[in-house]
Design a protein around this ligand. Structure first.
Ligand SMILES: [Zn+2]
Length: 339
């Protein structure tokens, strides 16, 4: 028995020393110490040992097991360390590989159009001014010469917070605020969100964006308005763009006009894009009504000015050839990534 145990011990320790990896080491454990292992077999043979010799033999078996387990732990630690080093070597970071790209957002067509508009007007010396979306009735209507009985003030068209406060229906309210605080010369554009009580369809939304412009100084006349807006149209749609002014009516300007640009698709010949007209309506404009200047504390005898307002969505839809306004608000990545 003693020789047998000694043989198992020598043989196993030799095997353990030669083990090349943790799997082989585990196989050795199963082979010797496992349920059907050699050492377990020896223990099963104890029943044939004389009872008085059993404690002695038991001790020998335990000593053998202990010696094997100790060697095993030692080699296991070495093998683990080796495996760790090999892993570190294999997983060296290649700093020359291109980095993983984070998915970041994409500029909305509205933002692109706004940046373009701002670039053009800032280039002409205009300042960008913003104002509150929840606005006093006074700045949204009254200061802009819109009387109390004007149809625009109908609840069908305007969201009222209460009798005196509305969700602004136009960013012209910012113009009134600026004129009240600043003496001319004034040259501003005021971009922002506006609200109208409209049903959603391909060209309407209860919330959309406007960019309004205002220039006030001495000796400003309609030619200045035309020159400025012509320059704007050429910058936005190309140097061959022509403009056309049609008489119109707005309460806060006099005279007032709507401006069309020659179709940038067909050059004015008429196509599907301009519905055969050759012209596309772009914005409303006019000379600031003397009454508006007066109400905002500016002397209409000394100063004149012009104002214009353009729908940001309208520009985005035209410039990027989008045929349904609703697409702008759906936040669909597949749509937005096209611009
Ligand atoms: Zn056309």
């Amino acid at each position: 028995m003693k020789e047998r145990l000694e043989a198992i011990k020598q043989e196993t320790i030799a095997k353990i020393k030669n083990a090349e990896d943790l799997n082989i080491l585990n196989d050795i454990r199963v082979e010797i110490l496992g349920k059907k292992g050699q050492l377990t077999e020896v223990l099963k043979g104890m029943k044939d040992v004389a009872p008085e010799d059993r404690p002695k033999v038991g001790q020998m078996v335990n000593d053998t097991r202990k010696a094997i387990e100790e060697k095993m732990e030692e080699v296991k630690a070495q093998l683990q360390e080796k495996a760790r080093e090999a892993k570190l070597k294999a997983e060296v970071i290649d700093v020359t590989l291109p980095a993983k790209k984070n998915k970041i957002g994409h500029k909305h067509p509205n933002t692109l159009a706004l940046e373009e508009l701002q670039r053009i007007f800032v280039g002409m010396g205009y300042e960008v001014v913003e104002g509150p979306e929840v606005e006093y009735d006074y700045y949204n209507f009254e200061a802009l010469n819109i009387p109390a009985n004007h149809p625009a003030k109908d609840e069908q068209d305007t969201f009222y917070i209460n009798k005196n406060i509305v969700l602004r229906t136009q960013t012209s309210s910012v113009q009134a605020r600026v004129m009240e605080k600043t003496q001319p010369p004034i040259r501003i554009i005021s971009p922002g969100r506006v609200f109208r009580s409209d049903q959603v369809d391909a060209t309407h939304s209860p919330s959309f964006h406007q960019v309004e412009g205002l220039a006030i100084d001495k000796n400003i006349n309609f030619a200045d308005l035309k020159g400025t807006l012509q320059e704007f149209a050429k910058e936005l749609f190309g140097p061959d763009t022509k403009t056309k002014f049609r008489p119109h009516h707005f309460p806060f300007t006099e005279p007032s006009a709507e401006m069309d640009v020659s179709c940038f698709k067909c050059g004015g010949k008429g196509c599907r894009f301009c519905k055969g007209e050759g012209w596309i309506e772009i914005l409303g404009c006019g000379m600031v009504h003397p009454h508006v200047l007066e109400m905002c504390g500016i002397d209409p005898e000394k100063y004149q000015g012009f104002a214009f307002g353009v729908g940001l969505e309208r520009i985005a839809l035209l410039k990027y050839e989008i045929d349904d306004m609703r697409l702008l608000y759906e936040n669909d990545d597949r749509f937005l990534n096209q611009f």
